[in-house]
Design a protein around this ligand. Structure first.
Ligand code: AMP
Ligand code: MG
Length: 409
């Protein structure tokens, strides 16, 4: 049977990044940058004060303290957003606000707290004189031009998913629009006669459709646009008509759950076999052995297992990296760590992704399985904060040995 790593490699070979579009800075959160960004100016753009205080020449306040303050004449009031052109001469100073340009010849700024100026409220006017209680080092409380970055620095790289902090940087660089990859469209289907929408009261033999919601949440977390194909009944006609909607709506990927094993009513697999290509439909892993991958009318198709935990794990192992590649993102393999096993762990020789809680005990990561590992047991997934990986070919790991873990959120 196909190994997990071979399956992943075969999947990834079918995904190239989607096209790019220019997009306004107002809509960038969660999008993927399509091009490196180089700063056109230094930042800060001008020398400016990092405090509210008085810009002065430090030679005027050498040795100042509370017993012998130095008194300076206030000759200017530099408000934020104003331009300070007048030089500060010896014996003089300018009241200055945080972020205001440092006046020429002023070589430091004393904080208002280190002076006798007490009118520290909005709308107060500058005093005529101010007594300074503290000496300063050259450049103290001044943010210098270029301290943060220089013109020509590459500050963001293509493939970066943009969050608040990156969007803030782009705004500060004065870029109203940047190229991003278009958000891929993913069509999502659940299948099975036993499934009812969560709103419907259960009747005998029925369960609520959980996978649509699990997978939609995962897809949104990777920035996909969703096309909801709903729940297909176990008939070939219904499965096909829903899959065909994905074709009409030009989905970039189709993801279905259930209906790909060997059950008598597993029509999803047969629809893909006859109207596309099925590359494989079994992987040597646990949970998640019935994983189908192929193309339906040329659209990459994932047939995930029906059991909710298996669907989740298969998404993390196979779908997430494929969607990252499709959306132009730099691949972010799950950060893998090692943890000590609190008790023995059994497996069946397939590469296993077991639900575990990892805690730090005496400076060492320790992993415990969360309850029974049945692939329908969603509570064990809710309680877990990691997947514990038992390599292929290994049937038992004794307590106190180390195993690989992936953190999950
Ligand atoms: P199947 O792949 O159709 O054999 O389904 C495997 C198991 O997963 C069965 O117990 C199904 O009832 C269950 N299952 C399938 N789809 C869903 C779903 N959308 N939500 C919750 N359970 C599901
Ligand atoms: Mg079924």
């Amino acid at each position: 049977m196909l190994s997990v790593s071979d399956a992943r490699a075969r999947i990834l070979a079918n995904f190239a990044p989607v096209e790019t579009i220019p997009l306004s800075i107002a809509c960038l959160a969660g999008r993927v940058l399509a091009g490196d960004i180089t700063a056109k100016t230094d930042f800060p753009i001008f020398n400016n004060s990092s405090v509210d205080g008085f810009a002065l020449q430090i030679s005027d306040i050498a040795g100042a303290d509370h017993a012998s303050p130095r008194t300076l004449i206030v000759t200017a009031d530099i408000r934020a957003g104003s331009y300070a052109g007048t030089p500060i001469l010896s014996g003089r100073c300018a009241r200055i606000m945080t972020g205001s340009p440092r006046a020429p010849r002023a070589d430091a700024v004393v904080m208002v707290e280190d002076t006798d100026f007490n009118e520290r409220f909005a709308g107060s006017s500058a005093p005529q004189k101010v007594a300074v209680y503290k000496p300063l080092q050259p450049g103290e409380n001044v943010r210098r031009r270029g301290d943060d970055l220089h013109a020509g620095d590459k500050v963001l790289f293509s493939g970066t998913r943009l969050h608040a902090q990156e969007v803030g940087l782009l705004a500060m660089l004065g870029l109203p629009e940047v190229p991003v990859y278009r958000s891929p469209k993913v069509a999502l289907l659940s299948s099975g006669d036993e499934l009812l929408p969560v709103e419907a009261p259960l009747t005998p033999g029925k369960i609520h459709d959980a996978n649509s919601y699990i997978l939609a949440a995962l897809l949104e977390s990777v920035g996909m646009q969703l096309i909801r194909l709903g729940v297909a009944s176990d008939t070939e006609a219904d499965v096909r008509s829903r899959l065909d909607r994905a074709v009409v709506e030009k989905a970039d990927v189709i993801i279905s759950s259930a209906g790909v094993s060997v059950g008598a009513f597993d029509y999803v697999r047969s629809a893909v076999e006859s109207d596309g290509e099925l590359y494989f439909w079994k992987v040597n892993m646990r949970p998640g052995k019935p994983l189908a991958f192929g193309k339906y009318h040329g659209i990459p198709f994932f047939g995930l297992p029906g059991n909710p935990v298996s669907a989740f794990v298969s998404f993390e192992v196979f779908v997430r990296p494929a969607l990252e590649q499709l959306s132009g993102q730099t691949l972010h393999p799950h950060p893998s760590q090692k943890a000590r096993l609190a008790g023995p762990v059994e497996s069946d020789g397939r590469e296993s992704y077991l639900r575990a809680i990892v805690t730090e005990e005496q400076g060492q990561l320790t992993a415990r399985l969360t309850g029974h590992q049945g692939s329908g047991n969603i509570l064990s997934l809710v309680q877990a904060n990691a997947l514990l990986i038992v390599p292929s070919g290994v049937k038992s790991l004794p307590a106190n040995t180390e195993a690989e873990i992936w953190r999950i959120e």
